[in-house]
Design a protein. Structure first.
Length: 451
């Protein structure tokens, strides 16, 4: 099986045929167009989650929700992201990738728009519904877009870097701009609903992009023809089995990484608010962290592309995250941050940015790297897509409970320090699992039915 980056002048050999027919330029998708569409779609996958934290105090004032209750606004979408991956595996047998992603973007659009509604006594229920809808849409995209990437690009690690960086950039935009939008629009509901704009742009762009890939080539010989973009987008998955213990290891690694990410996304702003920062300042600092994640999402996959063994890069990003979590756990004890009653000063900014930078580099690098390593386990795009759906499905389902646990810790102990330390220990365990991801053994771990 061979895969090449698709350019306007090249054929798209997905299954190595005896001879491959060269298709007209209009039937190909360029690497640039693939990057652009992945970025547009990826930008939509986190604002629905990241926008909550910076306006959490305003939300609590209007709805009366406790920290534990607010945690459900993160728990539900993450749980939906997990369960939705398994549902997507079934949907892929009946609906094409193109239509699945189109429908998922429509769900994200609806979820954001519904947050504009003031439902009175039903406000809490409506917010939970929007969280569930957003998580479902995110799940479908995260389980399907990597298949498109691996199918249409030989350098899938680089494209995955752009895609995951776009996800982090969406989180940065959601975290950094939502407090300003709440002030400008004089409504936290309008600020949350604003992110429907991104969903509209991606929805329209996806429809236009997939329409250009639906031209089927004319057969020019009796030889098997190379797969076209349309065949990739409208393909059905084959049956697959995989080494159970490696699947469990990948799931555990992904769930630990996801737990750290969603806890930072949900609770970093309230943690900083507890230390005396305002809603806007805490949102800006979460935006800074996610901006660093964008850089890391490009940097570490590019570094990993130089070798099929990705473990050195995995170790690096996990160690960076461990350092960040430990720093956050002991940060309130250093005296380097203002007390809750103190005013925010620029002098405190360089200190607080150190753990945020460590976490931004670590978390931003770990997601694309774990997804790349998971996809490395199988050379076939459809089979790798099925594997990554299972890993994300179990992983997000397990990680979903962690924001609720962390919110309960905050309610009971009055601080987040113990939770940050627990995440550092969890990441240390992930280091041990990653030491086993030797690409030399990948072929021995897969058993594909019918092959």
């Amino acid at each position: 099986m061979s895969q090449t980056v698709i350019s306007p002048a090249q054929a798209v050999p997905i299954q190595a045929p005896a001879t491959s027919a060269e298709l007209p330029p209009t039937q190909q998708t360029s690497a640039l167009s693939l990057i652009i569409i992945c970025v547009l779609v990826g930008l939509n996958l986190r604002p629905a989650l990241a926008a909550i934290g910076p306006v959490v105090t305003l939300l609590q004032q209007d709805t009366g929700l406790s920290f534990s209750a607010v945690a459900w606004l993160t728990l539900l979408p993450v749980l939906a992201m997990g369960i939705g991956c398994f549902v997507t595996l079934w949907l892929r047998r009946h609906i094409s990738l193109a239509y699945l992603i189109q429908g998922a973007l429509a769900l994200l659009l609806l979820a954001n728009l519904l947050r504009l509604i003031d439902a009175g006594s039903l406000n809490s229920a409506l917010l939970l519904l929007t969280a569930l809808l957003a998580g479902s849409g995110i799940a479908v995209i995260q389980a399907t877009l990597p298949i498109v990437i691996k199918s249409l690009a030989s350098d899938s690690a680089r494209i995955m870097g752009f895609y995951v960086s776009a996800i982090m950039a969406g989180a940065a935009l959601g975290a950094g701009l939502t407090p300003f939008l709440a002030q400008w629009l004089a409504s936290w509901r309008a600020a949350l609903a604003f992110w429907a704009v991104l969903a509209v742009a991606a929805f329209v762009a996806w429809i236009r992009w997939t329409a250009r890939t639906q031209i089927q080539p004319a057969a020019t010989s009796a030889e098997p023809q190379s797969a076209t973009d349309a065949e990739i987008l409208f393909a059905r998955p084959a049956a697959q089995s995989f080494n159970r213990y490696r699947l469990m290891s990948l799931v555990a690694t992904f769930s630990m990484a996801a737990a750290g990410y969603v806890c930072v996304l949900a609770w970093l702003p309230p943690f900083l608010i507890d230390l005396g920062y305002s809603n806007t300042e805490s949102g800006l600092m979460l935006g800074y962290l996610t901006a660093v994640e964008v850089i890391a999402g490009l940097l570490f996959p590019a570094w990993a592309a130089g070798s099929p063994d990705r473990r050195r890069v995995l170790f690096s990003v996990l160690i960076l995250s461990i350092g960040g979590f430990i720093w956050l756990a002991y940060f309130p004890l250093t005296g380097a941050v203002p007390l809750p009653s103190a005013a925010f000063t620029l002098a405190s900014m360089p200190i607080v940015l150190i753990p945020l930078t460590l976490l931004g580099l670590g978390i931003g690098g770990q997601f694309p790297m774990i997804m790349i390593v998971t996809m490395d386990h199988h050379p076939d795009a459809q089979q790798a897509g099925s594997l990554i759906s299972k890993v994300q499905g179990y992983g997000y389902s397990l990680a979903a409970i962690t924001p609720l646990i962390m919110g309960s810790v905050r309610d009971q102990l009055g601080n987040f320090s113990s939770a940050w330390l627990a995440l550092a220990i969890m990441y240390a365990a992930a280091l041990l699992l990653c030491s086993r991801y030797n690409p030399v053994r990948y072929a021995q771990l897969r058993q594909v039915k019918g092959r």
